[in-house]
Design a protein around this ligand. Structure first.
Ligand SMILES: Nc1ncnc2c1ncn2[C@@H]1O[C@H](COP(=O)(O)OP(=O)(O)OP(=O)(O)O)[C@@H](O)[C@H]1O
Ligand SMILES: [Mg+2]
Length: 409
C-alpha cells in the first residue's frame, strides 16, 4: 500500500510535474505570444504616434497660415504719406498722397524707430496715426521705369527714316559723346527731342535702336503707365527718375507716350487731372533744372502733338521736334524687306506687294507679312506665295479704313 501509495504519490508527483511542465510551456508560449502581440501593438502605436505627430505639425502650419490670413483680413488698408516735419512734442506733420498736410501722432509700436523728414510712412485710415515706416522710395521707380540693358532692335531693323535717325542720333548722342565740343563752341546742346508721328511709324523702334547703339544708360518710361500705376506719386516719380539718371549718367531718358502726362493744362476737374498736372509740372521743373552738359538726354514720343502742352515745346525743353513720317515708296519696300527677311518666300515679287502697300505704316506692313504667313500655315504650306500677300492685304486694308479715322493727321 505504502509502496503503492508511494508509487501513487510518486506517480501523482510525476503527473504534477508533467502538468507543471505543460502549463509552464503553455504559459511560456502564451507569454511569448502575448509578448509578440505587445511588440506588434507597440510598433503599431509607434506608427500611430508618428502619424499623429506629422498631423500635429501639419495642423500647426495650417493654423499659422490661417492666423496670418486672418490678420491680413483684419488689418484695414492704410494710407501712405510722407513726413514733412518732426515737432518737439513728438507729433509729426505729414503729407498724404493728395498733398494735404496733417498733424498726427506716432503709434507706440514705432517707439525707438527713427523717423526722418521725407521718410515714407503708412497711416491709420481713421485717425492718421503713423503705423509703420516704409522702405525708402526708390522702388516704385524701378517698377515704373525700366533700365533697358541692350534691346535687340538695331538700326538695320528700321526701314527708311534714315534722315530722321541721323538727326536724332546727332542730337542725343553727340552731347553725350563729345560734350567738350559744345563747350568749345559755347552753345548748350538741345535737352530733349520729341518724336512725333502717327501710330506705328517706328517711334518706339527708333528709341530702342538708339538704346542698343549707345553706351549710355537707357531709361524707359511709359507716360500712361506713370499715370495709371502711381496716382499720387507721379511728381515724386519724375523727380526720382531724373535723380536716377544723374546717378547713372551718361543716360538717355525715353518717355514714350508723353501725351498721357504732357497734355494741355485745361480745366482741372478731378483729382486724377490735378495729379497729371503735377506730374507734368515736375517734369517741366526737372527739365529746367538739369544742365544738358550733365550728360543726360531726353527723348520723348507721341502721336498727339496737337494736345501737347506748349510749355513742353518751348526752347530749353523739347526744343527739337522730329517728325516721323509715313514711309515713302522706297521706305515701304525696305520695311517689307526687313519683315520678310526671315520668311520662306516662294516666287513673291516684293515690288508688286509694296505697290499695294503705299500709304501704310510700318506696323501695318509688319502685320501684312504676319498675316500672309498665317495664310500659308492655314494651307499647310511651308512657304509663302504671292497670293497669300494679296489675301493678307485685302483683309488688312479693309480693316484699316475703320481705324484710320481715329488716327491723328
Ligand atoms: N520703319 C519701320 N521699319 C520696320 N518696322 C517698322 C517700322 N515702323 C514700324 N514698324 C513695325 O511696327 C511696329 C510698331 O512700331 P512702333 O512701336 O515703333 O510704333 P510707334 O511709332 O511707337 O507707334 P505708337 O505711336 O502707336 O506708339 C514695330 O514693332 C515694327 O514691327
Ligand atoms: Mg510707340
Amino acid at each position: 500500500m505504502d509502496g503503492d501509495e508511494l508509487t501513487d504519490t510518486e506517480s501523482s508527483g510525476t503527473n504534477y510535474s508533467n502538468l507543471d511542465d505543460i502549463s509552464l510551456s503553455e504559459i511560456n508560449r502564451r507569454l511569448r505570444e502575448e509578448n509578440l502581440r505587445g511588440e506588434l501593438d507597440r510598433k503599431r502605436l509607434e506608427r500611430e504616434i508618428a502619424r499623429l505627430q506629422d498631423l500635429v505639425l501639419e495642423l500647426s502650419h495650417e493654423n499659422k497660415r490661417l492666423k496670418h490670413e486672418l490678420k491680413q483680413f483684419k488689418s484695414p488698408p492704410q494710407l501712405v504719406g510722407q513726413v514733412v516735419d518732426l515737432l518737439d512734442s513728438g507729433d509729426v506733420i505729414v503729407k498724404n498722397g493728395a498733398g494735404q498736410t496733417f498733424l498726427v501722432s506716432v503709434s507706440p509700436k514705432l517707439e525707438g524707430e527713427e523717423l526722418a523728414v521725407g521718410s515714407r510712412i503708412s497711416m491709420d485710415r481713421n485717425n492718421l496715426t503713423i503705423m509703420r515706416t516704409l522702405p525708402a522710395s526708390k522702388d516704385p521707380v524701378i517698377g515704373a521705369a525700366e533700365i533697358i540693358e541692350k534691346p535687340t532692335i538695331t538700326f538695320d531693323d528700321i526701314g527708311g527714316l534714315d534722315v530722321q535717325i541721323t538727326e536724332i542720333r546727332e542730337m542725343v548722342e553727340l552731347p553725350l559723346s563729345k560734350p567738350h565740343l559744345f563747350k568749345e563752341v559755347g552753345i548748350t546742346p538741345p535737352k530733349g527731342v520729341l518724336l512725333v508721328g502717327v501710330p506705328g511709324t517706328g517711334k518706339t523702334l527708333i528709341a530702342k535702336a538708339v538704346a542698343q547703339k549707345t553706351n549710355a544708360t537707357f531709361i524707359r518710361l511709359v507716360g500712361s503707365e506713370l499715370v495709371q500705376k502711381f496716382i499720387g506719386e507721379g511728381g515724386r516719380l519724375v523727380r526720382e527718375l531724373f535723380q536716377m539718371a544723374r546717378e547713372k549718367a551718361p543716360a538717355i531718358i525715353f518717355i514714350d507716350e508723353i501725351d498721357a502726362i504732357g497734355a494741355k493744362r485745361m480745366s482741372m476737374d478731378t483729382t486724377g487731372d490735378r495729379e497729371v498736372q503735377r506730374t507734368l509740372m515736375q517734369l517741366l521743373a526737372e527739365m529746367d533744372g538739369f544742365n544738358p552738359l550733365e550728360n543726360i538726354s531726353i527723348i520723348a514720343a507721341t502721336n498727339r502733338l496737337d494736345i501737347i502742352d506748349e510749355a513742353l515745346l518751348r526752347p530749353g525743353r523739347f526744343d527739337r521736334i522730329v517728325e516721323i513720317p509715313m514711309p515713302d515708296h522706297t521706305g515701304v519696300k525696305k520695311i517689307l524687306e526687313i519683315h520678310t527677311r526671315n520668311m520662306h518666300l516662294d516666287d513673291v515679287s516684293l515690288g508688286v506687294v509694296s505697290e499695294k502697300l503705299s500709304e501704310t505704316t510700318g506696323a501695318h506692313i509688319a502685320a501684312v507679312c504676319r498675316e500672309a504667313g498665317m495664310f500659308a500655315i492655314r494651307n499647310e504650306r511651308g512657304h509663302v506665295v504671292q497670293e497669300d500677300f494679296t489675301k493678307a492685304i485685302d483683309k488688312l486694308v479693309n480693316q484699316k479704313s475703320t481705324y484710320d479715322e481715329r488716327m491723328y493727321h
